[in-house]
Design a protein around this ligand. Sequence first.
Ligand code: NAP
Length: 462
Amino acid sequence: MTRPFRVAVVGAGPAGIYAGNILRTRALDAGIDVRIDLFESLPAPYGLIRYGVAPDHPRIKGIVTSLHDMLADGSVRLIGNVEVGADITVDELQSLYHAVIFSTGAQRDAVVDLPGLNLPGSFGAADFVSWYDGHPDVPRQWPLDAAQIAVLGNGNVALDVARVLAKHPADLLTTDIPDNVYAGLAASPVQDVHVFGRRGPEDIKFTPIELRELGEVPGVEIVLYDEDFDRSAEDAPTGERRAAGNQAKVMARILQSWRDRASTGAPRRLHLHFWHKPVELLGEDAVAGIRFERTEPDGQGGIRGTGELRDYDVQAVYRAIGYRGTPVRDVPFDESAGVIPNDGGRVLDGGVPVPGLYATGWIKRGPVGLIGHTKGDAGETIEKLLEDYDLLADTPSADDDSVLEFLEGRGVRYTTWEGWLALDAHERALGDSFAGEVVRERVKVVSRDEQVAISNREVIVR
Ligand code: NAP
């Protein structure tokens, strides 16, 4: 009798769940008896959807329904609260599985060298997003004491950060935000959020739906500046704006409609600035301002500085200039690209494939693209893995309980799918029991210990 083909997927975000699901289907088609374990460092599944998508984006969070269905039939077994590289090494995993797929995503902020970056009041978007999404590993309190705020970057993360900062907190109460986040946002004195792009309005990396919703936030006025549009109209397009096609046209119309609007006198304002390259954060003990150099198209698809400096008085700066992957111990990592080096998903070490190791999602190709794009990505990785099946199937492996016994022996309080169902029901019940006038879909449990205890039905000691 042939032994089951055992595969570990590391990271239970969309990329990992799609990979597990596609592997399951294709292995069945190929007549391979596959067993898939999905490891997650957090007690709960869904990665970026639970801890990266903004709380006021229920449409995107709705993807959870299809991911839930992929896990609910048990064909992919969830093992949460296990950090691969710490609780179990990659070597140990490889002794239990024929293949390991890394789908660990990109959760850190891209690195940038700006004087003043370490001043209090300077934040990376990744940390702020983790805070408002109730990630267990960031502090509960966020210093929201700035009335004027700068957000750097013209991608969708910058929009998320700016929108959450500018939004009146009552409009977030119907979402799944944790109580500490609601309390923090409710105390914020913010009046002006300034979003800065280093290129022009035609070069934005926003997407139309996300841009449009910015103009629909109650009690927040969008402010645009004529000087930014005059500048781009007379020059050749830079970078990607030529390639953006219809999306760019839709977004140009959205921006124009805002320019045509009369001022609403709303108590909060969200300013969109273009052609501003950050130069330095200003302040001695804390952020007191930010300096930019104005830019212009260089005629060759890029930008160049004009030499004109502009200072803005702000008390906080958020960098939303892209994410970056985190290395997994003992797995090759390309520091400059922030990804696991790979060829179509086969992990490479010095250009040579490492037998049995694969990558998918943002840790494979970098933090670009929408959640749906990770499906195609997973398909490619699974194709490579199945091409290698004959080589991999011979390596030693264990039985279904081996990894659980291993983790128990090491004292790891792992969580399961049944545990997630218990935590999910608990969070929804907290939402139902909210005594206010609004309906709260759920209230997220933030603490890791508490999540594990609820999942494992342990007694919570306070
Ligand atoms: P992104 O789309 O790559 O945008 C990064 C932005 O940072 C760009 O405007 C870039 O400008 C700017 N930037 C980079 N380095 C900079 C520097 N040194 N100084 C100033 N600006 C700099 O990345 P993202 O916003 O992190 O989003 C990542 C992916 O997730 C994207 O595919 C995004 O669409 C997706 N996402 C989607 C949603 C949604 O609601 N649908 C929400 C969040 C994220 P240049 O263009 O000049 O390089």
